[in-house]
Each structure stands twice: as structure tokens, then as C-alpha cells.
Ligand binder design. Structure first.
Ligand SMILES: [Zn+2]
Length: 318
């Protein structure tokens, strides 16, 4: 998705050769070890090849591995599978997609090909091959269409929750929570006390609100902090796992945004005037967060939401 790019290349000096190479690129992601076999795979925004585009992670149990999200391209997903293979020979039993957005599902086929069952909320299967097209603008190319329409869909879906077992008594909890798309799953591993939030949590990073319902989202974040006060929270974007305080700070951004926009609307502001009124406040309070390019769209999307005219992905009738 659109992001702020930082130019950076890790330099490696090859000694003993006729020429000196400074060309080693940054890896797509960095593994952050949490506790008890849980790992976060943190996106390197500065990587120039095989971009992961989002964070992911995995949990190693006694019987197998559960992977959370598969990045925005298969090459990065392959690297994660290799990284898992270096840590354990146990099978990758499950992949959980935290939501349908391209940057979290594009490597599904890599893990399915290695024998994993892909699990997700039912709306991920509903939206993955259709709603992802909007990220390519009004006129996606034939190649982009083919890519989206060829994405690997979840094999198993659920409406509210599921347990995925990676040990005799080691169940990882998958739970639908509202706010970011209407099809998001929070993955909680009690053994490690780690919550993989997908894009329900952006750590010191401005979020993509394209499909968001911020009122429900704030309630979700309050619940997460209440239920898991001592947990580590892996964000969908942001350069490290956070604690409850970081989740609360993100919750407060959404609440601030709603309040500031409601005030501007109450003062009679419409359209660009709402952006003009709120932008300086966001810059002052959140100017040091990543993805500043989301400031304006965040205002526009939330303005639409508060006016009751925001488009959300259509939910299939049962
Ligand atoms: Zn994302």
C-alpha cells in the first residue's frame, strides 16, 4: 500500500576480493523474538526488494507452527517459511489471515503449498479477490487484476471464533473483532501471552481507515487492553511489538480524530474545510508517527463515517 519510503541499504564489505561490494540489500523483514516460541516478523520499510509490506508472525508449538499473515508478496512469504524452517522441522499447520487486505494475504499460496491450512473470518474469503482491486485505483491493469483474482483464499472460515491447536493442550485463539475492515481476527496465544492484532493495532503509525468503523474499533481496543493488560501486542504496521500502553495510544488517536472532526463539522465545516481544520492538530500531536501520508485520508474517511456516508465492503446476506 502507499507508504513513506526511506532510502537505506545495509552495507556489507567483502574482504579479499578484487572489488568491494556495498550492495547487500536489507532483508524484507526482521524477526523479533517474543516469548515461548512466538515471533513477530517486522516489516523493513526500507527494504527495496521482496517487500513484506506489513508485519506478520508465527508461533511454534509442540506439534506444529501457526503463521499469522503472509505479507504483500510471495517472495517475502518464502523468506518467512525459510526462517521458520531454520527454527523447527515441525509442519506449518495453519496460516491465519487477520483480514483481507493485500499486504497480509499475498503469500498465502506459499504456505498452502507447504501443507498449511489457511484460516480466516468468513469476510476475508468474501472480499479477498474483489475488494483488493480498489488499492490499484480506478483502472487496475490486467496484470493487477489477474494477481488479485488469483490470490489464495482461506480454506477454513468462521463467523466469530475458532481454536487452532499446535500442541495437545496448546490452542491458539482466533477471534473476530470489529473496527478495521469488518472481517478482522485477533490471534491470541496464551502460552506466550502474545496478541497478534493484524491491522487492528498500528504501533506509532497512522492507520489506513479505508474500510474502518472507528467507533467499534475504539471499543475493540478497549477490550483488548482490558483482557490482556500484560500481553505483548504485535501490530500490523509499526516497527516493534508494543504493550497495552501503545495500544491505548493508538486507541486515543482514533478517539482524537473523531472528536476533532465532530467539532469541525459542528462548526459548519464541510469537505476540504474539515481537512484544513483538523490537519494542523494531527501534525502537532502525531507528527512523529510513521505513514504521515495517511493524515489527510484519515480525516476524509472519518468525516464520511461521522456523516453516515462512508462506503464499507458489502457483507453477503445469509
Ligand atoms: Zn496492513
Amino acid at each position: 500500500m502507499t507508504r513513506g519510503w526511506v532510502v537505506g541499504v545495509a552495507a556489507v564489505l567483502y574482504v579479499g576480493t578484487a572489488t568491494t561490494a556495498w550492495t547487500q540489500a536489507l532483508p524484507a523483514f526482521t524477526l523479533e523474538g517474543l516469548t515461548n516460541g512466538a515471533w513477530a516478523a517486522i516489516d523493513n520499510a526500507a527494504a527495496k526488494a521482496d517487500e513484506s509490506g506489513s508485519n506478520a508472525g508465527f508461533v511454534i508449538g509442540a506439534d506444529g507452527v501457526l503463521v499469522v499473515d503472509t505479507f504483500e508478496n510471495p517472495a517475502a512469504a518464502k523468506k518467512m517459511l525459510e526462517a521458520i524452517r531454520e527454527k523447527t522441522k515441525l509442519p506449518v499447520k495453519y496460516v491465519v489471515n487477520t483480514h483481507y487486505h493485500l499486504d497480509h494475504v499475498a503469500g498465502n499460496a506459499v504456505f498452502a503449498g507447504a501443507g498449511a491450512v489457511v484460516m480466516a473470518h468468513e469476510n476475508v474469503r468474501e472480499w479477498e479477490r474483489t475488494e483488493n482491486l480498489k488499492f490499484f485505483g480506478e483502472k487496475p491493469t490486467a496484470e493487477q487484476k489477474a494477481m488479485v483474482e488469483g490470490l489464495y483464499l482461506p480454506d477454513v472460515t468462521y463467523e466469530r471464533e475458532a481454536m487452532a491447536y499446535i500442541g495437545a493442550k496448546h490452542g491458539v485463539e482466533l477471534k473476530y473483532m470489529a473496527g478495521h475492515t469488518g472481517g478482522d481476527t485477533v490471534v491470541y496465544d496464551a502460552e506466550s501471552n502474545v496478541v497478534f492484532c493484524g491491522d487492528l493495532f498500528w504501533n506509532k503509525t497512522l492507520p489506513n481507515l479505508i474500510d474502518a468503523s472507528t467507533k467499534e474499533w475504539i471499543e475493540t481496543l478497549d477490550t483488548l487492553v482490558q483482557d490482556h493488560p500484560t500481553a505483548k501486542f504485535v501490530p500490523g504496521h509499526g516497527d516493534h511489538a508494543g504493550g497495552a500502553g501503545d495500544v491505548k495510544a493508538f486507541r486515543d488517536y482514533l478517539a482524537f480524530l473523531r472528536d476533532a472532526i465532530a467539532k469541525a463539522q459542528a462548526g459548519g465545516a464541510k469537505g476540504d474545510a474539515v481537512v484544513k481544520a483538523v490537519l494542523p492538530e494531527i501534525k502537532a500531536k502525531y507528527g512523529d508517527w510513521a505513514f504521515p501520508e495517511f493524515m489527510e485520508p484519515d480525516i476524509q474517511r472519518t468525516d464520511e463515517e461521522l456523516r453516515g456516508v462512508k462506503r464499507l465492503p458489502p457483507v453477503a446476506k445469509k
